[in-house]
Design a protein around this ligand. Structure first.
Ligand SMILES: [Zn+2]
Length: 246
């Protein structure tokens, strides 16, 4: 017999299933990432259709049984509508969702990550989404255990003197003597900006400026780091590339 339970969750991904159903992947406060089924959610009269939108913060009533848990009811706590109504915000929110799904396995309780994700979505609705996503991605990576090392060379351990290099394979800075072919340059401005992003309070970020060169370099560094840590490219980055070259 199905056991019903309440949970608070953020909807990270949804896909259509059979004629009228929707399969949704949630980040729940209690159970971490879970994939559940919302039967008939695509029928016009379904009470679920309005709430089960990407990036929505929900209160849900789920029923667990032998197979996949089922959505019985959902109530919107915060819709984060701005993320679905603006193409740029949507692109970066998709990147954050895909990154999050790559960083933690299913059914692993991660309440700190849930809280961080709520702060990230709020930030993405109101600030420059490019910078907000950059800062947010680093905070999620650090929380998941992937902190970049760049005070000392990750190869020889000597204090890193800038300009130096950054190795995606090693996950950090390398001095000129240790840098293998294929590492990226890592300059004083790159380090200062990365320091600033990692130290940012995402719930109360102050205003700051960054020039286009440093921002572009920081994005290349993040995307290279993510690709290496997750051992695959993220599809959402193709979408970001498309809209930024429009
Ligand atoms: Zn070295």
């Amino acid at each position: 017999m199905a056991v019903e339970y309440q949970t608070e969750a953020i909807l990270l991904a949804a896909r259509d299933w059979s004629a009228a159903d929707r399969m949704v992947t949630l980040f729940s406060r209690e159970n971490g990432i879970i994939t559940v089924m919302a039967y008939n959610a695509r029928k016009p009269k379904s009470k679920l259709s309005g709430g089960l939108q990407p990036f929505t913060h929900l209160n849900l009533l789920l029923a667990g049984g032998k197979g996949m848990d089922i959505v019985k009811q959902c109530e919107v706590q915060t819709s984060f509508r701005e993320l679905r109504e603006d193409l740029t915000r949507l692109a970066y929110a998709n990147f954050i969702a895909e990154l999050t799904l790559g960083l933690w396995p299913q059914h692993q309780s991660e309440p700190a990550a849930f809280e961080l994700l709520l702060a990230v979505l709020a930030l993405l609705t109101k600030r420059n989404p490019r910078i907000a996503a950059l800062a947010s991605a680093w905070h999620l990576l650090v929380l998941a255990g992937f902190r970049p090392e760049y005070e000392c060379c990750v190869q020889c351990g000597c204090k890193l003197r800038l300009p130096a290099y950054f190795s995606f394979v090693e996950g950090g800075g390398t001095c000129a003597d240790c840098s293998p072919f294929g590492t990226s340059s890592f300059e004083e401005a790159d380090k200062n900006f990365l320091d600033k992003l990692l130290a940012l309070d995402l719930r109360q970020p102050g205003q700051f400026v960054v020039n286009a060169k440093t921002l572009t370099a920081a994005e290349a560094l993040l995307y290279g780091f993510v690709r290496q840590q997750l051992e695959r490219p993220l599809k959402s980055l193709d979408f970001i590339n498309k809209i930024t070259t429009l």
